[in-house]
Design a protein around this ligand. Structure first.
Ligand SMILES: NC(=O)c1ccc[n+]([C@@H]2O[C@H](COP(=O)([O-])OP(=O)(O)OC[C@H]3O[C@@H](n4cnc5c(N)ncnc54)[C@H](OP(=O)(O)O)[C@@H]3O)[C@@H](O)[C@H]2O)c1
Length: 507
């Protein structure tokens, strides 16, 4: 029997539940209708075109997103001022636009990273033009993710990034906004980045400059919208351009043309936008949590697509007392060296020290480690212990020394042809614990996007052995990321079996 005092409480719960459900349904309907309005019906409230003023001005207009804005605005009948560094590229884009869209163009050569004042020249170039649209697009990022202090040519990069990503947006706005206010109409599109929506470690300076652009745009929009000016903060995820180094456009990494067409459809409907439906959905889609493997055992990570991917974790394979002296000896006796890579014409040193043992050379990341058959007796002993335990015979060893938390190895698979099919890698760790991360290669539907793939974290401590077998190298990638807390030295010995590549010397 229900106690009489429970009845009013039950009634209360009923109404709270009903109101909650009603609120959730109303919110979902609102989101759906707003989504339909923005992404299906598109703009209309603010048609971006010559009615706003004859001219559009685009910074960074000779490539990527800027060039796509310039072309799309010209297609809509606007005359276009193109601003970039290279006169040659500006002439080429200007000719293309004039021929294709039959509109007037004007070029201004300016380097937004220059130390001298470029804005008087730009002001003179814009004199007398009725400017309806300004696209503050020019921007620069890093050649690769890096700790702030370790960015190559840091002093210059700080100055350039602030001048190009921040100062240009403020100063171009200062030049163009007064004319728009006089005519009570105009649109300013500021290209920020999704990396400015929350802090992005290792791209810290870039992401912070983009957060500035986002805040600047939102504040400015609030100040001037009642005066007929729209300021839009555009926050793209990846777009296939030179800057992102993505050559082939996909659904979630669109071509600049596809991105810009979609983004222009949101003007007047969203003052802050990801610009493109798949990018807007990324904000909603949750990245799955990484699993953690820290107990001894054999784990089947996946059964496909290529076969079974299996790892075997043996913490304490070498007991800690033995591991202590082995670590010291390896640290001292191994001929550690640092390799240099070149990426996008910037040379940088590999963020760890390495050494190679084996009678065959080993090539990875386009650099060859020369044969070195002079195995240290301790390494031979460790090789034999691992062979006895695993039943495999290894003929080569790549030694890695991570000197501190800043040393790392980026995502890769050990799948070079010289390692053969289904290579077995036995990885023995000494010294500081570092997290070994693994991620599944994306399915064809994900089109090369690793954002939502399965992930596993494995803390590898002093004396731990990790064996990777089966399809692990074909179906998974691994890395040792930089850490945000201090870490002492860690040595990692990765035993492998190398086969002669065509022209190799193994007998
Ligand atoms: N691509 C992406 O995935 C992505 C994602 C989020 C945000 N964004 C943002 O979108 C904007 C455009 O990026 P994008 O990927 O289209 O870049 P991009 O393909 O590298 O094009 C950059 C353009 O800016 C010009 N430029 C570069 N440095 C300049 C300087 N110092 N002075 C004047 N012009 C300069 C370049 O021409 P010259 O070299 O001839 O001068 C080129 O026209 C940037 O603000 C970027 O941060 C891009």
């Amino acid at each position: 029997m229900v106690a009489p005092a429970a009845l009013p409480a039950a009634g209360l719960f009923y109404w709270v539940g009903a109101l909650g459900a009603l609120y959730a349904a109303a919110l979902a309907s609102y989101r759906l209708l707003t989504g339909l309005r923005v992404w299906v019906l598109g703009s209309g409230a603010a048609a971006v075109g010559p009615a706003l003023g004859a001219w559009a001005v685009v910074t960074g207009a000779t490539d990527g997103i800027g060039k796509a804005y310039a072309e799309e605005l010209a297609r809509r009948g606007m005359k276009v001022v193109l601003i970039s560094r290279s006169k040659e590229k500006l002439d080429q884009v200007s000719t293309e636009i004039k021929e294709k869209y039959k509109v007037e163009t004007k070029i201004i050569v300016a380097d937004f990273g220059a130390r001298e004042d470029i804005y008087n020249g730009i002001k003179a170039g814009l004199e007398g033009l009725e400017i309806g649209v300004l696209v503050n697009n020019v921007g620069m990022s890093y050649a690769y993710p890096e700790y702030f202090i370790d960015i190559p040519e840091l002093e210059k990069t700080i100055d350039n990034m602030i001048s190009i990503n921040i100062t240009s947006v403020c100063k171009m706005t200062r030049l163009v906004l007064p004319g728009m206010l006089e005519r009570s109409k105009g649109i300013i599109l500021n290209i920020a980045s999704a990396s400015g929506m929350c802090p992005t470690p290792l791209l810290t300076l870039y992401s912070a400059t983009k957060a500035f652009v986002d805040y600047f745009s939102r504040g400015l929009h609030a100040e001037y919208k009642s005066k007929g000016i729209i300021v839009q903060s555009v926050l793209p995820y990846y777009v296939a351009t030179k800057m992102s180094k993505i050559r082939k456009a996909t659904l979630d990494k669109p071509s600049p043309e596809t991105y810009v067409r979609a983004a222009l459809g949101t003007v007047g409907l969203q003052s802050r936008t990801n610009g493109y439906l798949p990018h807007a959905l990324m904000v909603e889609r949750r990245v799955p949590e990484a699993g953690v493997i820290d107990k001894p055992g054999v784990y089947e990570l996946s059964k496909g697509p290529t076969g079974i991917s299996r790892i075997h974790l043996i913490p304490g394979f070498i007991d800690s007392e033995q591991a202590d002296w082995m670590f010291e000896q390896l640290l001292q006796d191994i001929p550690w060296g640092q390799r240099t890579h070149i990426r996008q014409e910037v040379s940088f040193e590999e963020p760890r020290l390495t050494s190679w043992y084996g009678e065959l050379p080993y090539t990875y990341s386009r650099i060859t480690m020369q044969p070195n058959p002079n195995w240290h007796p301790l390494l031979t002993m460790l090789k034999e212990r691992i062979e006895e335990f695993t039943g495999y015979t290894f003929n080569s060893l790549l030694c890695n020394l991570y000197r501190n938390e800043k040393d790392s190895v980026d995502w890769h698979s050990d799948d070079e042809p010289s390692l053969g099919k289904n290579p077995v890698i036995a990885s023995l760790s000494f010294g500081a614990t570092r997290t070994f991360e693994m991620r599944k290669k994306p399915s064809p539907e994900e089109d090369g996007d690793y954002t939502y793939v399965e992930r596993v974290k494995i803390p590898l401590d002093h004396g731990a052995l990790l064996v990777m077998e089966g399809a692990t190298q074909e179906d998974w990638q691994h890395r040792v990321p930089k850490e945000y807390h201090s870490r002492d030295e860690r040595i990692n010995l990765t035993f492998r079996i190398i086969y002669p590549e065509p022209g190799g010397v193994w007998k």
